[in-house]
Design a protein around this ligand. Sequence first.
Ligand code: ZN
Length: 160
Amino acid sequence: MGMLKTEYKSFLDDLEKNIKNKEDLEYIKKRFASFVDVMLTQMDYIMDYKEEEMKKLQQNQNEIQTKVDKMQQILDNIEKDIYSDDGFDFEIICPYCNYQFIIDVDEDKKEVECPECHNIIELDWTGNVDDDGDNCGDCDSCPGCGGDFPYDDDSDEDDM
Ligand SMILES: [Zn+2]
C-alpha cells in the first residue's frame, strides 16, 4: 500500500497547488478523503477475504500433506514387510502335533525343532516359501502365473 499512500499525498499536494480558492480546496479534500475511506474499507474487506481464502487453502494443503504422510508411512511399512532384512517368515505346521509356528527362511537350515512337542521337523525349501504366490515365470499352474493349483501341504489355504 506504500505506493498508494505516495500517490494520495502527491494528489493532495497537486490540489493545493492548483486550487487557489481555500474553501473549494477544503471541500474537495474532505470529499475525496471520505471517498478514499470507503475505498480503503472495501480493500481491507477484500484483503481479509483473500487472507481467509489463503488460510483455507493452507489448511487443505496441510490436510493433504498429512494424508500423504500417512500413506507414505503405510507404503514404507509394506516395503519393510516385503523387503525385510530379516528375510521371509516361513510358517511351519508340525506334522507330529499340528502346532503352528513361524521361522525365518534360512535355506541352510535343514531341520527345525518343534517348540511344542520337540520333535525334529525336516525342512524342504523347494516347496512354496511364499504363499502370496511368486511368479515363477514359465508355467500356468503356480499361483503367481495365474493358476490355482492346490497346495500339497495343508498350510494356511482357506477352505472355499
Ligand atoms: Zn510338534
